[in-house]
Design a protein around this ligand. Structure first.
Ligand code: PMV
Length: 335
């Protein structure tokens, strides 16, 4: 059997930070799915003793093996047929390899889509996006938000009936037209390896002095964000999105041991974004991942003026003046 899928990266607006059990989130999160930043994975399965080989763009990558090995171990109970196959994985990202953009979400989503495609071939059933997302979650938590939909909610949220800790739920229906074609320009401030990995960061939320308040706050922010998405309320969208980004980093700075992933240039960009918004009234805002790069979020109609701002003022803060122009996408697809 042979298949090939592509899956995008996603950017969380309400952040997932803290987990328990088998990749279960400590609080619900909500993300926009991206379009241009994605992973393409080709998977071959040959009947035989279970095992796998992994390459990146045709070149062997043994350093990726431990994560894939864990992934296969975790999904085995849900896809027992995999134990009778030998897999050959070849994967490639559309975004620069060391751009500081985590590829775990898109790569685990793409691999899970391939696995589920095989499962549907073997069983003659149609692919369940929920199960694909479930498997992706076992590879990397945020990967479960990269399967289906432009806005995806993951984690049990009391006020969202269909929400669950087990997989991401497509919430595209929430999006007011103002959010369709929303832009995400990623300013590459620091392309190096993170000093503290996400999994270590998640663990540090166990016993964190502010954890309880933070997890409660995420529920409230999610409710406010859902309403803002539905009503096209950009002011509330900006307030929640920026506050969530800064809270994520505040949690890092108040962990024990504490750490900082932002760089001075990250702060310079944030100051410029605030000044630009005040001056022009244009609804440009930022969010941050677990790193120094800055995601600029804004409606499509302001693309030209924001590009001017980037070229005139913000590109100087980026490594080699590099940035990636992305926008809201729809999820994984066979290619
Ligand atoms: O999926 P992980 O374990 O790499 O964690 C992702 C955490 C953040 O990107 C910081 C937030 C999020 O919700 O995506």
């Amino acid at each position: 059997m042979e298949t090939r899928w592509q899956a995008p990266s996603n950017i969380a607006l309400v952040k997932y930070w803290g987990k328990h059990g088998m990749q279960l989130p400590a609080n619900p999160s909500l993300s926009f799915t991206l379009k241009e930043c994605h992973t393409v994975t080709s998977l071959k399965a040959i009947k035989g003793d279970h095992g796998f080989s992994i390459s990146y763009d045709g070149r062997k990558k043994p350093e990726f093996a431990p994560k894939i090995k864990d992934y296969f171990l975790r999904i085995k109970n849900y896809c027992p047929w995999i134990t009778q196959y030998q897999f050959k994985i070849d994967t490639v990202n559309t975004f620069p390899h060391s751009s500081g953009i985590a590829s775990s979400a898109s790569s685990m989503a793409a691999l899970s889509a391939c696995i589920m495609d095989f499962e549907s071939m073997l069983t003659g059933t149609t692919v369940s996006a929920d199960k694909t997302s479930f498997l992706a979650r076992l590879g990397s938590g945020s990967a479960c938000r990269s399967i289906k939909g432009s806005a995806v909610l993951w984690g049990k949220h009391i006020k969202t009936v269909d929400s669950t800790d087990l997989y991401g739920v497509d919430k595209t229906e929430l999006l007011h037209p103002v959010f369709q074609n929303f832009q995400d320009t990623i300013l590459l401030v620091d392309k190096g390896e993170k000093v503290v990995s996400s999994s270590v960061g998640h663990d540090l939320m166990n016993g964190h002095a502010f954890a309880k308040a933070r997890f409660e706050q995420a529920h409230e922010n999610l409710e406010m964000l859902k309403n803002a998405l539905q009503e096209g309320d950009l002011d509330t969208f900006i307030r929640i999105t920026e506050s969530e980004a800064l809270t994520l980093h505040a949690m890092m700075m108040t962990s024990h041991p504490y750490f900082i992933l932002m760089k001075p240039k990250t702060l310079s960009i944030i100051e410029q974004v605030w000044a630009f918004r005040k001056e022009t009234g244009i609804p440009l805002c930022f969010t941050l991942d677990a790193g120094a790069n800055v995601h600029l979020l804004y409606p499509r109609e302001h693309k030209e003026i924001v590009e001017e701002l980037i070229n005139n003022k913000l590109a100087q803060y980026c490594q080699n003046s590099q940035y990636i122009c992305d926008y809201i996408g729809t999820g994984a697809s066979k290619c």
